[in-house]
Design a protein around this ligand. Structure first.
Ligand code: CP
Length: 349
């Protein structure tokens, strides 16, 4: 079975809330959760994605209760270890861990012994020695979570590594889209902006194409990596997508528009001719969005640069899914923690 067929056949997410209170992850026919780490989506099967989405649906029911808490991960310790700034991802993982009754410790590299020169691996081994079952990490270097997964015993969840991957963001984006579109087969999804520096785009290309969506990348040619273009080879193993540098053309009949933050902190000389040019050609405005289908969904992983990649009337307009994405992020992170920590032996005390 192909990945996209697998997603189609299983339909929209919908698992009973009682799943969230079980001691073991839910059973999806043919799928047994075996992963110790979540590093990227590029090796997920369609069935694994489906299991995460179904588990997230059950977690969302837990979050709607008067007391949004279940005892599933009581006695487990989740550490968030962030070497880059974050609001949504870090807070969502921490709220998710608390909703599952885990103990949660937040470590910011700037105020930890990393600032005295302690290595990433030594930091993680130290956290493991104090009982960390899962380390949720963000790091500016692509591949850093893979190093930790190899070099110490705790489970690792990649919360964003350099330009490489942001799997939990792509999963919450899929979850949000499935709530509105049910089936992504053949849907036109335009990802617009600074694709070169975007780990969100890379993980979403995997998730969306495997779900059967028609993905169109749009941005200045200097900010769209050439390896993603049609027929340009596939050195990163990414599925083929369409590239359309003109935003008005890209938006024609789009079902979904996903704008990306212009990552000014990662720009190098020569990539941009100027912010004013970027706004003129690539800002998602209400008049541009009118070229898309009438019910188009506007998404953004955040944080948004309103007035740069998106006009305020779109960011907070009727098509915007942005707050819904953030809310769904808690349920999806609950699902990931539940699946990972619920299947691994506890850290030795
Ligand atoms: N989308 C996202 O990763 O946001 P944060 O940087 O706030 O975590």
């Amino acid at each position: 079975m192909t990945a996209s067929r697998g997603l189609q056949q299983r339909g929209a997410a919908g698992t009973s809330a009682s799943v969230a209170e079980a001691k073991r992850p839910p059973e999806t026919p043919g799928v047994t959760w075996r992963r110790k780490h979540i590093l990227d989506l590029d090796d997920f099967t369609a069935e694994e994605v489906e299991l995460v989405l179904q588990t997230a649906a059950a977690m969302a029911q837990v979050l709607r209760r008067g007391i949004p808490r279940v005892p599933t991960l009581r006695g487990r310790t989740i550490v968030t270890l962030f070497y880059e700034a974050s609001t949504r991802t870090r807070v969502a993982f921490e709220l998710a861990a608390k909703a599952l009754s885990a103990d949660v410790v937040s470590v910011a590299a700037q105020t930890s012994s990393a600032s005295k020169g302690e290595s990433l691996v030594d930091t993680a081994r130290t956290l493991r020695a104090m009982g960390a079952d899962v380390i949720v990490m963000r790091h500016p270097s692509a591949g850093a979570p893979y190093l930790l997964a190899e070099q110490q015993e705790a489970s690792v969840i990649n919360a964003g590594d350099g330009w490489h991957a942001h799997p939990s963001q792509a999963l919450l984006d899929l979850y949000t889209l499935r709530q509105h579109l049910a089936d992504l087969q053949g849907r036109k999804v335009v990802i617009v902006g600074d694709i070169l520096h975007s780990r969100v785009a890379r993980s979403n290309v995997w998730g969306l194409t495997h779900a059967g969506a028609h993905v169109v990348l749009c941005g200045p040619p200097t900010l769209v990596p050439s390896d993603l273009g049609p027929g340009a080879g596939d050195p990163l193993g990414l599925p083929p997508v369409e590239v359309e540098p003109v935003l008005d053309r890209a938006l024609e009949a789009a079902d979904v528009v996903m704008a990306l933050r212009l990552q000014r902190e990662r720009q190098q000389a020569g990539l941009l001719t100027g912010i004013a040019d970027y706004i003129k050609h690539y800002q998602v405005t209400a008049s541009r969005l009118a070229r898309a289908k009438p019910g188009v969904l506007f998404m953004h992983p955040g944080p948004m640069n309103e007035g740069i990649e998106v006009a305020p009337e779109v960011a907070r307009g009727p098509h915007s899914m942005v707050e819904e994405q953030v809310s769904n992020g808690v349920a999806v992170r609950m699902a990931l923690l539940y699946l990972i920590a619920g299947t691994q032996p506890r850290a030795p005390s």
